[in-house]
Structures are given as C-alpha cells and as structure tokens.
Design a protein around this ligand. Structure first.
Ligand SMILES: *[C@@H]1O[C@H](CO)[C@@H](O)[C@H](O)[C@H]1NC(C)=O
Ligand SMILES: *[C@@H]1O[C@H](CO)[C@@H](O)[C@H](O)[C@H]1NC(C)=O
Ligand SMILES: *[C@@H]1O[C@H](CO)[C@@H](O)[C@H](O)[C@H]1NC(C)=O
Length: 585
C-alpha cells in the first residue's frame, strides 16, 4: 500500500515536471576546455555535498548604452565629454531586464533553490548550492584541481552548460571554467638582484626647476628620475581633498607603512610622515610583518609621484586554503569579481586605479573576460581611469602554444591588458633616449575587436608591418599597450632594505601617478576627472607623449615587435610628458 502510493505520487510528479523539464533540462554548452588549463592538475572529484557560492551574471540589459555613453563622455570632441554618469545612472544601465530576472527565478525554482540560499544584487545572483546541485543545473562535473606553483586548490569544471532559454539571459556563471585564482595569477614584477641598488640620492635633487634627468637613471630608477623624465617635478597638487589614487592588490600582498617611510627618507624627503590608507576587501589581510614586493613597489611609486594626493591600497582576500573535506562553504576565490563588485558599490571611487596582475588571455574563458571587461567599462563611465600593466613576456611567454587542441604557436595576448576599456601600460628603459624594454608585453587581442579610438594609430602600424608575423597575431583585435613608462631597476624598499625591481608592474603605477596629477589639475580648475582616457590620448592628446622609437619585445621564439615612430605594440603612444599633457586636459 505504502509502496504503491509513493509510486503514484512519483508518477504524478513526473507528469507535472514534464513541460518544465523540457524548458530547464534542455541544456546547451556555454564554455568548455579541450585540456586542463596549463599549470593545473586534476586531483579528485569534488565532494557531492560540498557547499559553495555560485555567481550567476545576469545579462546587463542596457550594456550597449553604457558603452556608447562611455565613448561619448570620454571623446574630447563630444559635447558630453567629462560628463560622467552617477553611480545610480550606471547601475540602471547594467540592471537586468525583468524578463531575465523572471526566467532565472523560475529556473532556480525548478531546481528548488530556496530564498535563504539566494542573494541578489543588481546584475548578479549568488547561490549557495552543493556540488551535486550545481552539476545538475549546469550539466557540469566539478573536480578538485591543484596548482603546484602556488599550492592552490580549486573546485572547477572542464565545461558547463545552461538551459537554451537562458543563454540570452545569463552572461557567465562562476566558478566554472575559469581556473585563475588570486594566488595563481601572475604579478608583473620581478626582483633584479643583478642591478646594484642605490642607498641614498646624493645630492638631493632640486625640484624648484624642471630638473635635468640624472644619468644614473640609465640603470637605476627613483622618483627623482621619473619626476624629471615626465616633467612632474614642479607641479604642486591642490585638489587633495577630492582627488584619489587607488592601487588594487590581489595576491596576498601587503603594502608596508614602515618601508614607505624609509623609502620617503631616501627618495622623496618632502613626503616623510605622509602615508596611504589600506582598505581590506573580502577578508583581505594587512600583515605589516610581511611586506610584498609588488605591493611595496606599487605604493612607493604611486605616492612617490602623486604626493600629497591621497593613495589607497586595496587588499583583496581570497578564501582560506581550500579543504575538500570541510563542511564550511568555500567562496569562488576568483580574482577581479570580488574587488570590482566591491569598488563599484562604493559611493566614491578613486579617479585613478592601477593594477599589476594578469594572465594569458587564452586562459580566461571568453564569457568571463567579456563580463569583467564590461565592469571596467562601468568604472570608466563613472569617471575612473583604470591602468593595467601590459605583462612581462613580450609577445608571449613560455611555448606560446594554443589550448584549443590545435597546439599552434601564436603570440599570446594578456588579459585584462587586452580589454578595450582599460589603459594598458608597457615598459621602457634607459634615458636620452628612452627605449622599449625587451620584456614589455604587447600584442593584439583574440577576444576583443579593435576599438574605433585606436583605428588610425593601429592600422598605420599594421600596414607598416606588412606580412611580418602574419598569422601569429590578430590584426583586427584590440591592440596594446596604449602607453608606456620606465620599467627597469626601480629602487624599492622591502623589509627596510633597498632592492631593484623591474617589470611593467613598475610602469603602471608610474603612469597612474602622472595621471593622478593631471586629474588634480583638472579638478583644481573646476573640471571633472579624466575618466576613461583612451579616446583622448589617441586623438587630441597624442602629442603629449614622448614617442619611443627603439626597442623590441621578443617572445614565442621570435624577435617580437619593434618600437618605431607613432603607436607600436611595445611602447604604445610613448611615455607621458606631464607639462605637454597639461595643455590638452
Ligand atoms: C547573503 O548575503 C548576506 C549578507 O552579505 C550573507 O550573510 C549571507 O550568507 C549570504 N547568503 C548567501 C546564500 O550567499
Ligand atoms: C619635459 O622634460 C624634457 C626633459 O626630460 C624636456 O626635454 C621637455 O622639453 C619637457 N617638456 C616641456 C613641455 O617642458
Ligand atoms: C580576431 O579578433 C576578433 C575579435 O575582435 C575575433 O572575432 C576573431 O576571432 C579573432 N581572430 C583570430 C584569428 O583569433
């Protein structure tokens, strides 16, 4: 009796579920990898009852309008130039359509995800689910993967799907196929023990006049070198109550306050006693006994150039080391999303933000890269300039083989450097003249088309290149870097001692410092911040840069691109000349 009634109930359930299941069980693939991403190893299946947070990125209803607005408000010849959106205006454009919300809601209902396990905030829905639930919803198979270099373990899947109907409503689900984590990402700096550090500048440079660039800057770089080279020495910031510069730190890297004082005492004496603010995001740490090379480099050079502009160091945390046996829910542990969603939720956002991390573009799934890139567009639309280092491997590091199963050797662009809504910074070295440094990352995206703002500059370069490297790079892709700055022999204080550090990680904070001063100048004159600068620097302000015409960026077994007159994929438009740029902003 008991048995048969259950049987009838089960049948009844089937009858009701049928039309629904057609709707929600008709899965189509969203993204998959051919092979396990390089650097990662399969460890074990993920425990079926492990709970984790799944982020569903809803389609942003008016993202095309947001991007169109961004292009207008950053085009110096447009009447909307400088009229940045408010936070609320930008949020209204990225909000999902009610059809999208309803479709996703009934999908969640079908999978019996209760309200207590759902968090909604604008265009993201976060679900607390078990591995078994996520596998059913996404036609996925979650495993534990290991990254030996960073000792990181993650739960990811080699492929995921969504109901056909949801493909037009959901941009991305995470974590799924993006394996990059806070710790496995590449920082774009490295120690240079071969370059003998300078302990003290002697005599102290005189900044009452635009200083001559000392010849020592050929091998070691200090704030004095950069301030003389880029003509910021005589500028006195005035808008320090409003203007801010942010450094985004992702790895477990902490900027050290005592080291900054030591740095100031040696290289920027007028700044002694000033400091920066640390903002901890998502459980990010601030261990003052554990100074990070990247973090110290970034903060010492952003403050070293922009002093007394307030600087903020954002320390974004990852989850604690992943333990597959634990019943504690693990978070997604992915870079970018936590910090980007945090910063976009703030009522005031620094007018300049610099970040020195990245990955090969091909290791970031296209859907994930597009969504993250759109978040940078949103930052630009509310008036922030977002700088990224271009990477330290020229046209590509390692064997440059593709991961699509064909194993072809191709130049390997980096992401987020390849996102058209960030400003990407390459590296130079030496002075009188500066030349492109050999590690300077540069190239052409395979995900993002060439934006119109760089059409003229880039097509001139591509035409000049002729058939050289034909097939190795994507001539119609977004090209980078956009500009450049010194990247070799930076004098950085780490644990009380001066060491030499190199990388485009040094270049990006340098340019961020210069543009923070340009923002100061605009704000002090009652104008808005510069916001997204690419349309400006490729048009009216293109002569505000020192064109770099020598140097190349070898990689992938080739000699790489060569710097020359005009834009090139080693040094972009060149290095900033503050005094000239001042006349264009
Ligand atoms: C939703 O957000 C609240 C507040 O941030 C948090 O306490 C809760 O754990 C979250 N729930 C889920 C399912 O993510
Ligand atoms: C900026 O400084 C350089 C020397 O580094 C100098 O040649 C150039 O003329 C300066 N630019 C302006 C606009 O004064
Ligand atoms: C070049 O870039 C475009 C996007 O801009 C992309 O659609 C195309 O597939 C890329 N080509 C190659 C060969 O990667």
């Amino acid at each position: 009796m008991f048995w048969s009634s259950t049987f009838v109930l089960a049948l009844a359930h089937l009858c009701v579920a049928k039309p629904l299941s057609k709707r929600w069980d008709n899965l189509a693939e969203k993204h998959s990898w051919v092979d396990i991403p390089r650097g990662w190893e399969y460890l074990s299946p993920a425990p079926a009852d492990m709970r984790f947070d799944l982020r569903v990125g809803l389609k942003q209803d008016k993202i095309e309008d947001l991007i169109a607005t961004l292009m207008e408000t950053s085009d110096p010849s447009h009447e909307r130039y400088g009229k940045h959106l408010s936070k609320a205006e930008a949020e209204a454009l990225v909000a999902p359509h009610s059809t999208t919300v309803n479709a996703v809601d009934s999908w969640l209902e079908y999978h019996e995800i209760g309200d207590k396990d759902i968090n909604r905030s604008g265009d993201w829905v976060t679900l607390r689910v078990t591995v078994a639930q996520a596998e059913r919803m996404l036609g996925a198979k979650y495993n534990v993967y290991h990254h030996p270099v960073s000792s990181q373990k993650v739960v990811r899947t080699m492929s995921y799907s969504l109901p056909r109907e949801l493909h037009s409503h959901v941009d991305v689900v995470a974590p799924t196929t993006y394996f990059g984590t806070l710790r496995s990402m590449r920082t774009t700096s490295f120690l240079q023990p071969e370059i003998k550090p300078v302990e003290q500048e002697d005599p102290a440079p005189d900044f009452s006049i635009n200083a001559v660039v000392p010849t020592s800057c050929n091998s070691v770089i200090t704030p004095a070198c950069l301030r003389a080279l880029y003509n910021t020495s005589t500028y006195v910031p005035k808008a320090t109550a409003t203007n801010k510069l942010g450094v985004a730190g992702y790895l477990d890297e902490f900027a050290n306050r005592a080291d900054l004082q030591t740095f100031f005492r040696q290289f920027r004496t007028d700044a002694v006693g000033s400091s920066f603010t640390t903002v901890q995001v998502n459980g990010g740490g601030d261990d003052q006994n554990d100074p990070g090379v990247e973090a110290n480099l970034d903060i010492q050079y952003t403050t070293g150039i922009s002093f007394p502009t307030p600087n903020i160091y954002y320390s974004t945390g990852g989850s604690p080391p992943f333990n597959p046996d634990s019943q504690t829910p693990t978070n997604t542990n992915e870079p970018y999303l936590d910090w980007l969603n945090f910063i976009l939720a703030q009522s005031t956002i620094p007018q300049v933000i610099t970040t020195s991390y990245g990955d090969d573009e091909q290791t970031v799934p296209n859907d994930y890269a597009v969504r993250v890139c759109n978040l940078f567009a949103q930052l630009g639309s509310v008036g922030s300039t977002v700088f990224f280092s271009s990477g330290d491997f020229g046209v590509g590091g390692g064997d440059c083989r593709t991961n699509d199963g064909t194993n072809k050797v191709l130049f390997q662009p980096a992401f987020p450097a390849s996102c058209p809504f960030v400003t990407t910074v390459g590296g130079t070295t030496r002075v009188n003249p500066e030349i492109g440094v050999s590690f300077s990352g540069g190239g052409f995206s395979r995900y993002f088309a060439r934006p119109s703002y760089q059409n003229t500059a880039v097509s001139t370069f591509v035409t000049g290149l002729g058939t050289k490297f034909s097939g190795l790079y994507n001539a119609t892709g977004r090209a980078y870097p956009d500009l450049a700055a010194q990247g070799n022999g930076f004098q950085v204080v780490i644990g009380g001692r001066v060491g030499s550090v190199g990388g485009t990680s040094a270049s990006s904070p340098t340019v961020a410092g210069v543009f923070a001063l340009l923002n100061d100048f605009r704000i002090a004159n009652g104008k808005s911040s510069l916001g997204f600068i690419n349309p400006l620097i490729y048009s009216t302000a293109s002569t505000g840069f020192n064109d770099i015409v020598a140097g190349s960026n070898p990689g992938c077994g080739t000699t790489g691109f060569t710097a020359g007159k005009g834009w090139d994929p080693v040094t972009g438009l060149g290095t900033p000349d503050f005094l000239k740029l001042q006349t264009f902003v």
